[in-house]
Design a protein around this ligand. Structure first.
Ligand code: GDP
Length: 524
């Protein structure tokens, strides 16, 4: 039987894994890919571990630091679904790319280290998911080690993140005493380190083990039953609608390293994870994924791995219809029509060209400088633009100048292009027009410096001015330049909007006390 576009789209699940570094994202991703029989992968997992892209100078930074600068895409098939995992850089120096990747997924998987609980980076990424109202699935990892009490972890989820939680399963013991998980959803116990038929043990109608088993004699089993009773009585009720709206997170316990609980997680995830979702245009019209006409938006632009070629790769999330090689598209921003010919590649293991991809999938487009972040491509007769991607408030700032003043032209050209790519944010001081760059993470500055040197042949001097609180102004007309001071510096952004860079919270409050008519706001 011919598979229709609708069948194909409905088989897609596109998600990102969010976590704090070291929680187990890479390990989890590897296990997931393994279930799918490993597949196409655009780099990170392998690159990180084996330095596969070692040939490229650009990747030096990644190699040296053992991290991935940019997110990448992996795809695998499992139980009739085609799953796209979008990787998010997991280093402390994560960037706006990490945030933007979350604009291109339909759900998120949050990995929490059972010993550490909810950590800083998880909180930031979680907030972006919450703003989008996408479903969040939680995997509490490393149960093969001693961690916090499960009830404590559930409480932390609700308190720190402010989301309702529902434990889909519950650990029986932990660390050396980890016996397995009590699977509330499938009504069974899954044994740790047990294979074959022994792995799943049935429960009776009272929710207790229905078979004879040594586990019954342990305090861990009794404790788990007590906890389950408590959850049944006092915990949240499972609500698929709330999960769908991102108001409730289903929680799974397991151990990625020992591959325990991962398959159960994946199977259950697939039952509840959303298929590709519609997206709004800037005229507030919803475009459905199963619409015949192709459309998509660019959420990330990555410099080419090969510095000899200045070209880049633009990552496009397909929102509707089907992509085919050689198809004609229109770039909404310029109205320009062109053919997505051979230059179009799916970012795959060997960079093979993609023949076909549908809504939910991500494709990599060869870019010689035509694309900008947030661009919309459409394949139909009518061109339109998807709603703007949010900008994120940077936290770190540097003053930057060219070491050689003769290079000023290249300097400005390079900055302009890198700013357009969304790698960094640009500000200038009011009269002296000094360039200040802002970023979400320190690494973005290092990448900037490296690329200015290698791609634009300009050596830059960067003078850190530390972390600042950037605030835009609702009522710009009321701003006076005399309000600027060293602790509340007034600058303009690249759209010429006023921005205050406050030294710290205290400076911001002090400013607000003095100027209560000025309405400040932050980007996301
Ligand atoms: P990432 O930084 O989030 O990608 O984390 P990794 O997947 O690289 O894992 C960080 C460290 O934790 C590595 O040493 C892993 O071997 C270890 N790790 C990951 N999952 C588990 C687990 O389930 N149990 C234990 N004991 N260690 C784990």
């Amino acid at each position: 039987m011919q598979e229709t576009l609708k069948d194909k789209v409905n088989a897609r699940r596109t998600f990102a894994i969010i976590s704090h570094p070291d929680a187990g994202k890479t390990t989890m991703t590897e296990k997931l890919l393994f279930f799918g029989g490993a597949i196409r992968d655009a780099g990170t997992v392998k690159a990180k571990k084996t330095g596969k892209f070692a040939t490229s100078d650009w990747m030096e930074i990644e190699k040296q630091r053992g991290i991935s600068v940019t997110s990448s895409v992996m795809q695998f098939d499992f139980l009739g679904s085609r799953i796209n995992i979008l990787d998010t850089p997991g280093h402390q120096d994560f960037s706006e790319d990490t945030y933007r990747t979350l604009m291109a997924v339909d759900s998120a998987v949050m990995i929490v280290d059972a010993a550490k609980g909810i950590e800083a980076q998880t909180i930031k990424l979680f907030k972006v998911c919450r703003l989008r109202g996408i479903p969040i699935f939680t995997f509490i990892n490393k149960l093969d080690r001693q961690g916090k009490e499960p009830l404590e972890l559930m409480e932390e989820l609700e308190e720190v993140l402010g989301i309702q939680s529902y434990a889909m399963n519950w650990p029986i013991g932990m660390g050396k005493e980890f016996l397995g998980i009590y699977d509330r959803y499938h009504h069974r116990i899954e044994q740790f380190r047990a294979d074959g038929q022994d792995r799943f043990l049935p429960l009776n109608e009272n929710g207790e083990l229905a078979v004879d088993h040594s586990m019954k004699q342990t305090s861990y089993y009794t404790q788990a039953l007590d906890d389950i009773m408590l959850l049944n009585e006092a915990g949240n009720e499972f609500d698929a609608e709330k999960v769908k709206n991102g108001e409730m997170t289903p929680v799974f316990f397991g151990s990625a390293l020992t591959n325990f609980g991962v398959q159960t997680f994946l199977e259950t995830y697939l039952e509840f994870a959303p298929t590709p979702q519609p997206r709004k245009t800037n005229e507030d019209v919803n475009v459905n994924p199963t619409d015949d006409e192709f459309s998509g938006f660019i959420f990330k632009i990555q410099a080419n791995m090969n510095p000899a070629h200045r070209d880049r790769i633009a990552f496009l999330r397909i929102v509707s219809g089907k992509f085919e090689r050689g198809m004609n598209v229109t770039l909404a921003r310029t109205g320009k029509a062109f053919k997505l010919s051979n230059s179009t590649q799916f970012l795959a293991d060997d960079r093979e060209a993609v023949e076909e991809a549908v809504a939910g999938d991500i494709i990599g487009l060869h870019d010689t400088g035509n694309y900008q972040i947030g661009d919309t491509l459409t394949g139909g007769k009518k061109s339109f633009q998807y709603e703007k991607l949010p900008q994120f408030t940077p936290e770190l700032f540097v003053k930057v100048t060219a070491k050689n003043v003769m290079k000023s032209k290249h300097f400005h050209k390079g900055i302009l292009q890198l700013v357009q790519e969304g790698a960094i944010q640009y500000y200038k001081t009011l009269h002296t027009e000094e360039v200040i760059l802002g970023a979400v993470g320190q690494l973005q500055f290092e990448v900037f410096e490296h690329r200015m040197k290698n791609e634009y042949n300009v050596e830059v001097r960067m003078e850190p001015i530390g972390s600042k609180i950037a605030r835009w102004i609702e009522n710009e007309g009321d701003v006076k330049e005399s309000m600027s001071s060293p602790r509340s510096m007034l600058v303009r952004d690249r759209f010429d909007r006023y921005v205050f860079l406050f030294e710290n919270e205290f400076a911001m409050r002090w400013f607000q006390d003095k100027n209560d008519s000025i309405q400040l706001y932050s980007l996301l």
